[in-house]
Design a protein around this ligand. Structure first.
Ligand SMILES: [Zn+2]
Length: 127
């Protein structure tokens, strides 16, 4: 029962729903990470230079976000070395599920916290 006149039950439901939402957000970001993995692999095939810049997709949880981020393969690799880290456009971080690791005018790096971090690690295509 999701809705109840009982205050305690409501609080419990909020916690469960919050966790589902965190999972959903993390899964969405994991999907964009998969797409970006393909971009990176294509970059490896066509150029291979770690200094070449490619347009990666913003990995934020906003499903209709189409922002692109220019990164060298080496810079993307550095973020991807940690399963909990994602690249997003500046200002696209979601403080409820992650914290900023680095940000400049072109790109922000976020690291997932709590349940979102666990999902991110579980869905990492490299692990
Ligand atoms: Zn975004």
């Amino acid at each position: 029962m999701l809705f109840s006149a009982d205050g305690d039950n409501c609080a419990y439901s909020d916690t469960v729903l919050g966790r589902f939402q965190e999972e959903r957000l993390a899964r969405n970001e994991a999907f964009f990470r998969e797409v970006n993995e393909r971009i990176r692999e294509a970059g490896d095939r066509f150029d291979g230079s770690a200094e070449a810049e490619y347009e990666f997709l913003c990995e934020c949880p906003e499903s209709d976000c189409v922002d692109r981020i220019k990164l060298t393969l080496a810079a993307y690799e550095a973020v991807r070395a940690d399963a909990r880290r994602f690249v997003v456009a500046p200002g696209h971080d979601v403080p409820e599920i992650e914290h900023l690791v680095a940000e400049d005018e072109l790109v922000a790096v976020v690291e997932k916290d709590g349940a979102a971090g666990e999902v991110a690690e579980r869905l990492d295509p490299r692990h």
